[in-house]
Design a protein around this ligand. Sequence first.
Ligand SMILES: NC(=O)c1ccc[n+]([C@@H]2O[C@H](COP(=O)([O-])OP(=O)(O)OC[C@H]3O[C@@H](n4cnc5c(N)ncnc54)[C@H](O)[C@@H]3O)[C@@H](O)[C@H]2O)c1
Length: 319
Amino acid sequence: MKVLVTGGAGFIGSHLSEYLLKRGESVAVVDELNDFYDPEIKRNNLAEVSRHGNLHFYQTDIRDSRKLAEIFELEKPEKVVHLAARAGVRPSLSAPLLYEEVNVIGTLHLLELCRKFPITNFVFASSSSVYGINSKLPFAEDDPIEKPVSPYATTKRSGELLVFNYSHLYSLPATCLRFFTVYGPRQRPEMGIHKFTSKILSGKEVEVYGDGQSRRDYTYIDDIVGGIVKALDNPKPFAIYNLGGSSPVTLTELIERIEEAAGVKAIRKYLPDQPGDVPVTYADICKAKVELGFEPAVDLKTGLARFVAWYREKIFSGK
Ligand SMILES: NC(=O)c1ccc[n+]([C@@H]2O[C@H](COP(=O)([O-])OP(=O)(O)OC[C@H]3O[C@@H](n4cnc5c(N)ncnc54)[C@H](O)[C@@H]3O)[C@@H](O)[C@H]2O)c1
C-alpha cells in the first residue's frame, strides 16, 4: 500500500511514517519543514524515520496546489493521512489568517486531488479543541459543537466539514480523528509536557496558567498511531472518532506527575488564564472502541516515564 503522509516530519507524522515503513508500506511524506519550531528537529525526525525504509520526502507547502498535483502524479498514493497543519491554540490567536490558509485552504487543495486521483481512504487530523467550551462531559462525537474558542479550533472544524463535503459529493472514504493532547518522544517543544519537563530539569520556573485546576485528557503517541492505523486500514464512507486517553488530569496533577518521573521538584510561577484555552478536555472513546477497536494502552505514569527518559537522553544531555 502506498500512503501519502502530510506533515510527516512533525511529531505525530514521523511516528506514523516510521510505523508504516516498519510494517512494509511505501510512504511518501509532504512537509514544508516550517519554523513553527526548529526545522532541525524535523530533519532529525526524518533521518530517524528513514532508517526504517525507503521514505520519499517532498519539502513542499500544501498551499502549493501545482506541486501537490505533481507529487500525486508521481507517487500515485492509494491512501492519504493529512496531518500537516499549523498546530496549537495559543499561537493561532496572533496568526489567524495563516491558520486559515494552511489548515483550511491547504486541506481543500488535498481534497481536490483526492477527488481527481483514485484515493481509497482519506484520514484527517482533527482536534479535541473543536469541542470548545462544551459543558457536557465526556465529549462525544455527536455533541453539538458550536462554540469553538480559538481560530485553530475553527480551522479544524472547517476541515472536518470540508472532508464531509468530499465524502458525500465524490464518495471519498474519509475519517476525521479528534486527537486529545498527544505526548511522547518528539513532542513539539512548545507543548505543555515538553516545556514543563525542560523547565523542571533545568531548574527554571514553570509557568502555570490559571489556578492549576484546568484538566486535559493526555494520549500517548503509540496509542494515537495505533488509532490512525486502525482508521487507515478500515475505510469508512465518513466517520469522526475521538482518540483520547479518556482519563483527564488537572494541570497541578500533571506537574506533580512530571516531578515524580523526573525526580526533581518544579518551581511554579502562577499566571492568569490564557485566552483560547478551554477549562477541560475529556474524550468519550466508546465509538472508537466499538467501531475501530481503538484501545489506549499507555497510562500517564508509564508515558511520562518514557517521555522523560527520551528527553534526558536526546535533548537534555546535549544542552
Ligand atoms: N499534538 C497534539 O496534541 C495534537 C492534538 C490535536 C490535533 N493535532 C493535529 O495533529 C497534526 C499533527 O500535529 P503535531 O503535533 O505532529 O504537529 P507538528 O507541528 O509537529 O507537525 C505538523 C507538521 O506539518 C508541517 N506543516 C505545517 N504547515 C505546512 C504546510 N503549509 N505545508 C506542508 N507542511 C506543513 C510542519 O512542518 C510539521 O512538520 C496537526 O494537524 C495537529 O493540528 C495534534
